[in-house]
Design a protein around this ligand. Structure first.
Ligand SMILES: NC(=O)c1ccc[n+]([C@@H]2O[C@H](COP(=O)([O-])OP(=O)(O)OC[C@H]3O[C@@H](n4cnc5c(N)ncnc54)[C@H](OP(=O)(O)O)[C@@H]3O)[C@@H](O)[C@H]2O)c1
Length: 268
């Protein structure tokens, strides 16, 4: 039986995508197949995603003229998986593999296969990711629309030029980890000020969510929002002065630069 969508790799990213697609009714669950080589992961996916097929290997019969494939394996497996997908006749591929360029993927796929490169981030696990996509030389606007509809099931989607993918990796791909570090530090700081840890956690998570919502729903820039809560000579100003004296802003510039550079290295 031919499927609409093949997801190769049923780990965190592949399973998050499959879950999002099923709950968004992107297609019937029966039209999705996950190819996953770990037996226990296959068992868990089978329990979690009723109707979705979970198999150990991709077969020719799984692929029809309109079957698309998502590559969601680790970078070291990606090119061999792409060869297999191409050999089974898939004509449209979206890769979420960090650092892997559309040119490198096209080089191992049959001529003419459309390739879309995507960089999602971990909040796709809760349907609140943000993903960047860019098309390879053979990708049409239909292919980008298709990729966008898949990632749109688990968050928002931004189209970028492929030359920006390493920067995207540094900002939104790695960004959640930077924010988790901020959260961790603020929770610890609350504890140091005498708050019970759970209370500190609740306050910090609520603060991050509220601040993110303010950024999202108001037309104000982060600078404007920050100045609105910074009374002259007040408590916020005292805290911000300390952060500036420790060069936190420069540290973020360097962190994103280091992550983008590492992404460039992985792609080479
Ligand atoms: N997680 C993220 O936040 C994130 C963000 C952006 C991009 N990505 C990209 O998404 C990709 C997947 O990441 P992940 O976090 O989902 O990794 P993961 O949890 O390790 O999932 C990959 C899964 O694919 C399986 N697999 C490997 N080779 C296979 C093959 N030939 N056929 C079938 N299944 C195979 C792996 O099994 P084994 O473990 O047994 O090998 C594993 O279960 C990576 O390339 C990463 O760069 C991830």
């Amino acid at each position: 039986m031919a499927f609409d969508l093949v997801i190769v790799g049923g780990g965190r990213m592949g399973s998050a995508l499959a879950t999002g697609l099923v709950s968004a009714h992107w297609c019937e669950p029966e039209k999705i197949v996950i190819v996953e080589h770990d037996a226990f992961t296959r068992y868990v996916l089978g329990q979690d995603l009723p109707g979705v097929s979970v198999v150990a290997s991709l077969e020719l019969e799984h692929v029809g003229p309109s079957t698309g494939a998502v590559l969601a394996v680790k970078p070291e497996h990606a090119e061999s998986v792409a060869r297999l997908v191409g050999a089974c006749g898939v004509t449209r591929v979206m890769s979420v593999v960090a650092g892997l360029s559309t040119d490198r993927l096209s080089a191992v796929l049959p001529h003419g296969v459309a390739v879309v490169r995507a960089m999602p981030n971990t909040p796709v696990l809760v349907g609140r990711g943000v993903s960047a996509i860019s098309g390879g030389v053979t990708a049409t606007s239909d292919d980008l629309e298709w990729a966008s509809s898949i990632l749109g099931a688990v968050g928002s989607v931004v189209r970028v030029s492929e030359r920006h993918m390493d920067a995207v990796t540094g900002v939104s791909g790695c960004g959640p980890a930077f924010i988790y570090l901020v959260a961790e530090s603020l929770i610890e700081a609350g504890v140091h000020q005498g708050l019970p840890r759970e209370m500190s956690r609740e306050l910090v998570v609520g603060t991050l969510m509220g601040a993110a919502e303010m950024l999202s729903v108001t037309a104000s820039s982060p600078e404007e929002l920050r100045s609105q809560v910074t009374s002259p000579g007040g408590a916020t100003a005292a805290g911000l002065r300390m952060l500036e004296s420790r060069a936190v802003r420069a540290a973020f510039l360097e962190a994103v630069s280091a992550s983008a550079e590492r992404s460039r290295q992985l792609g080479r």
